[in-house]
Design a protein around this ligand. Structure first.
Ligand code: NAI
Length: 246
């Protein structure tokens, strides 16, 4: 994809799918701002991106669940690059428990990052994106489409992200901003590290392609949605799951 001249923010960009998205955007010519909670991981990701793509990369330590933190990161990003063309809302956490055992703290933690965090970043960045005719890509999940055992909080947040995506597509389409969602299936990253191997094996059996996805396979779809090649794609939900929901 051609992302030359574009400035892209990737939240949760220090590892996993977010890092793969940042790497892909940089490889496709974008200047990238990595927004993540963990300072050391941000530094490592920035160093890696600079080495790999010789790209102009900015790292921001930010908690997406805090509007003040997000606004500070946006200010730093605009001060550094002078514009914003793409926002990838990728930061996410899990705190699993069945409904009968889920605590209020588990509910709040996941909603604050995975749902409110998307709102915070979209709200802060919207004017800059209108100014550039930019694009938003929200990383939801197939769990937001079909629910999942033990994930009341996560499923609610990811379904909410799909609702926000469609709302923003309607509100911002005439302003020149497109907004789309990507729903990954099972992707081999840290977020699935606590799932026992026998459950992973069961999950993989249900995937028509017979394997987990790779972060790069999500990243390439995000790069497409950010690029001019997707110029008439707005409000879409793109599943990247090996056919899991068929
Ligand atoms: P990961 O756990 O490897 O990476 C998540 C990143 O988000 C980390 O770098 C973390 O520091 C950052 N982060 C967490 N809380 C934050 C906060 N409050 N503010 C800023 N950054 C924060 O996870 P992974 O697998 O790369 O997931 C990325 C996205 O993809 C998430 O939204 C996740 O829900 C979604 N997803 C992942 C799937 C998978 O199978 N790995 C499947 C479907 C969706």
């Amino acid at each position: 994809m051609d992302l030359h001249g574009k400035v892209v923010v990737v939240t949760g960009g220090a590892q996993g799918i977010g890092l793969a998205i940042a790497e892909r955007c940089a490889a496709d010519g974008a200047r990238v701002a990595v927004w993540d909670l963990r300072a050391e991981a941000v530094d490592a990701a920035v160093a890696r991106l600079r080495a790999e793509a010789q790209a102009d990369v900015l790292g921001c330590v930010v908690d997406v669940s805090s509007m003040a933190s997000v606004q500070a990161a946006l200010d730093a990003t605009l001060a550094h690059f002078g514009r914003l063309d793409g926002l990838v809302n990728n930061a996410g956490i899990v705190a699993d428990a069945q409904l009968r055992k889920m605590s209020e703290a588990q509910w709040d933690a996941v909603i604050d990052v995975n749902l409110k965090g998307v709102f915070n970043c979209g709200r802060a960045a919207v004017e800059a994106l209108i100014g550039s005719g930019g694009a938003i890509v929200n990383i939801s999940s197939i769990v937001g489409l079909s629910g999942n055992f033990g994930q009341t909080n996560y499923a609610a947040a990811k379904a909410g992200v799909l609702g926000m995506t469609k709302t923003w597509a309607r509100e911002l389409g005439r302003k020149g901003v497109r907004c789309n969602a990507v729903c990954p299936g099972f992707v081999g990253t840290a977020i699935v590290k606590d799932i026992p191997q026998h459950l992973i094996d069961e999950m993989v059996k249900a995937v028509p392609q017979g394997r987990m996805g790779r972060p790069e396979e999500v990243a390439s779809c995000v790069a497409f949605l950010l690029s001019a090649d997707a110029s008439y794609v707005n409000g879409a939900t793109l599943e990247v799951s090996g056919g899991l929901t068929l």
